[in-house]
Design a protein around this ligand. Structure first.
Ligand code: NAD
Ligand code: USQ
Length: 482
């Protein structure tokens, strides 16, 4: 695909030691003696990094040795005490360099799980291709992990590669031997999937084949591994009845059955999630895979306990018209004096959650795994808002900070209901112990202050939407900035 370079082009193999200053609340701990980075489709099959004898610097050297010569043959299982209930210990976070995945990987590592990140770094490539950037400066994945190790003493293993490459994924599964695989590793922007034919095809190929590969890897190499898959509330669309958590009991012509809740996705991205859910449900039935589909709502916020520990750990914060999500965008717009961009009538209602709840929900799902053969669906959000309600909340919070916040109606670039009924159930994660961080005045204040802190880096040309659901065509688009 012409617009997609091989992910291996992005590898930054220089990994010099950096002094991270005195971390918050932390004692300096020794750096790791060695770690392994696995790559896919690269002339360098693996990159092995080692500390020098004095323990001051990292040397990264490439080796083309077959992975099988280097993979540990030791069984690597959890270390539960005899009387403790079994708890997954080794968690593979696929997409762990992204917005939700990075926060989750750190959170799980902090909670004592052994964590490996698997990521092709393709998200960073999308930014380069489209001329976009995170509002917050984000470090390379290598520097992020060095910093985490320096601050906490905890190692997060890193496998750089594309999960659509089954050879790479197989080696990664055999090497790390996960008890749980948390799968964030997809192209996740609805507008990106609607830019042109090639992006639509890429999105469905990347997401559906990637997930299919994960399912085959579990079946083949790690059948007890619990798949925790990030789905989306958008799979359900906006039906004129209550949305249940995954299943609905229907009586039809005198007969009753409990069936998967109907799906009405409204972008090629959202549709890729529907295909994923169907493939996962089928393999649970056919092969006894244990899986949890987390139908997540729109995520907002940027700070979690772990990403706040050091600036090198800072998470990404997207505000542009392709990857930025509603509330994050509105906070940045308010901070720079751009009118809030309500699409159409603004009655579009969705489920929302704080990124601190994303990490909590994933931890709850892996700590309480699905049974073999079970396809479990949780609706992962804490509150629902219309776009107009979000705009009103940000306007009020902005006024408290002395900002003059205006709103404009933008002709809706999407095809979606702009006034509709919406009432989605979301009780299962609460029953497992989720303590939600609801959208409060103080959270909005801090999010707005965060946006104000970084406002000089805002590229105002990236704010207005420029991908149209109706105008998508086969001709490759460059998505010009306004
Ligand atoms: P993100 O784009 O920031 O992160 C996704 C990560 O996956 C990136 O680092 C990317 O490089 C990696 N990736 C993509 N394809 C890959 C592949 N084939 N092999 C290996 N790595 C690959 O996205 P995010 O916002 O963190 O979302 C993570 C997941 O959560 C997605 O599946 C998304 O659909 C879902 N989700 C996100 C939101 C949200 O508001 N951000 C809401 C609901 C659901
Ligand atoms: N919207 C505006 N103005 C904006 C941006 C968005 O009115 O400036 C509207 C959209 O039209 C839409 C709603 O706000 O009706 C949400 O849009 P969004 O861009 O915040 O979120 P969406 O495209 O739905 O996608 C995001 C994530 C995706 C995830 C999804 C969860 O990018 O990965 O799957 O949220 S859900 O919406 O529940 O499907």
């Amino acid at each position: 695909m012409a617009h997609l370079l091989s992910a291996s082009c992005l590898l930054n193999i220089s990994s010099s030691y950096k002094s991270y200053g005195q971390p918050l609340n932390q004692v300096r701990t020794p750096l790791p003696t060695s770690f392994t980075i696995q790559t896919s489709k690269s002339p360098f099959k693996r990159l092995v990094s080692q500390r020098d004898r004095a323990g001051r610097s990292y040397v990264v050297r490439a080796t083309a040795a077959p992975v099988s010569q280097e993979v540990s043959a030791q069984p690597r299982s959890g270390s539960n005490q005899p009387n403790e209930p079994s708890k997954p210990q080794r968690v593979m976070v696929i997409g762990g360099d992204g917005y939700c995945g990075w926060a989750t990987a750190l959170h799980l590592s902090n909670k004592g799980y052994e964590v490996a990140i698997v990521d092709s770094l393709v998200r960073r490539l999308f930014d380069h291709q489209l001329g976009l950037d995170s509002l917050t400066p984000i470090s390379s994945i290598h520097n992020r992990l060095h910093c985490w190790k320096a601050i906490t003493g905890k190692t997060i293993e890193l496998y750089i590669g594309d999960i659509c490459d089954f050879e790479f994924l197989s080696e990664t599964f055999n090497s790390f031997q996960p008890d749980a695989a948390v799968h964030f590793g997809e192209q996740r922007s609805a507008p990106y999937s609607m830019i042109d034919r090639s992006r639509a095809v890429f999105t469905q190929n990347n997401n559906v084949i990637g997930t299919l590969n994960v399912l085959f890897a579990i079946k083949e190499f790690r059948e007890q591994c619990h798949l925790v898959k990030l789905g989306t509330m958008g799979e359900y669309g906006t039906p004129n009845i209550d949305i249940e958590e995954g299943y609905i009991t229907i009586t039809h012509n005198g007969r009753t059955d409990t069936l998967p809740y109907p799906k009405q996705a409204s972008s090629f991205y959202h549709l890729s999630k529907v295909h994923d859910s169907n493939n996962i449900a089928f393999t649970c039935k056919a092969w006894g895979i244990r899986a949890t589909d987390l139908n997540q709502g729109v995520v907002y916020g940027v700070r979690t306990d772990e990403t706040s520990m050091h600036e090198e750990l800072c998470n990404r914060f997207d505000y542009d018209g392709v990857f930025g999500t509603a509330l994050n965008r509105f906070c940045v717009q308010a901070a720079v004096g751009h009118p809030l961009t309500v699409y159409g009538k603004g009655g579009q209602t969705r489920g929302y959650l704080d990124i601190r709840d994303t990490v909590q929900c994933v931890e709850l799902a892996i700590a309480n795994p699905a049974q073999p053969g079970e396809f479990r669906v949780f609706n992962q959000f804490t509150e629902q808002f219309s776009v107009n309600e979000l705009a009103a909340l940000v306007t009020k919070a902005g006024e408290k900070l002395g900002l003059d916040v205006q709103t404009i109606t933008v002709p809706n670039p999407r095809v979606e209901a702009e006034e509709h009924y919406y009432n989605a159930k979301h009780t299962k994660l609460i029953e497992l112990g989720l303590k939600p961080h609801l959208l409060s005045d103080s959270l909005l204040d801090s999010l707005l202050n965060f946006a104000i802190k970084f406002k000089d880096g805002v590229d105002r040309k990236q704010i207005m939407p420029n991908v149209s659901w109706r105008k998508i065509g086969v001709k490759p688009q460059t998505v010009p900035a306004n």
